[in-house]
Write a protein that binds this ligand. Structure first.
Ligand code: HEC
Length: 126
């Protein structure tokens, strides 16, 4: 009975360790493929679509693009995008910011870490 719990715990411990060692725990190359398959139907780095463009995302306030119409919930939140807040957002946007309007979740911690690594690399300096 304890084995599955132990492996989940070890998984988190390993992720946590990798995270401490490098600024981004994820694999940006894999993240790029995930971004293309899961995100580009609504987002791009440089242009607004159904969702806002992602350029300049890190350290920006959520809902911070003046040229995109956000939900009032996202717009009025006081969240700033970092690896940590993006991880929570992608895990369950509605739980993180109730009333927001993005309808997808990324349940895998590995996928989230890779997506965040890609975003961090791709939006740097933009
Ligand atoms: C079905 C369309 C759709 C998909 C697919 C989608 N998003 Fe979104 N995303 C949105 C919308 C709409 C918003 C604006 C939410 C709001 O205003 O409440 C948003 C907002 C965001 C924000 C906040 C941006 C800001 O400027 O504050 C981030 C970060 C984000 N999405 C990341 C992602 C990532 C990463 C993926 C792929 C895993 C993804 N989204 C997939 C529609 C989508």
């Amino acid at each position: 009975m304890t084995a599955p719990y132990l492996s989940v715990f070890l998984g988190f411990a390993l992720l946590g360790g990798a995270h401490g060692a490098a600024s981004a725990a994820g694999d940006a190359l894999r993240g790029q493929a995930l971004y293309q398959s899961k995100c580009t139907s609504c987002h791009s780095i440089d242009y607004n679509g159904v969702g806002p463009a992602h350029q300049g995302l890190f350290d920006r306030k959520a809902g911070g693009r003046p040229d995109y119409t956000y939900s009032p919930a996202l717009q009025s939140s006081s969240i700033v995008w970092t690896e940590k807040t993006l991880d929570k957002w992608l895990t369950n946007p509605e739980k993180f910011i109730p009333g927001q309007k993005m309808g997808i979740m990324v349940p895998s911690a590995k996928d989230r870490a890779d997506l965040i690594a890609y975003l961090e690399q791709e939006t740097a300096g933009k």
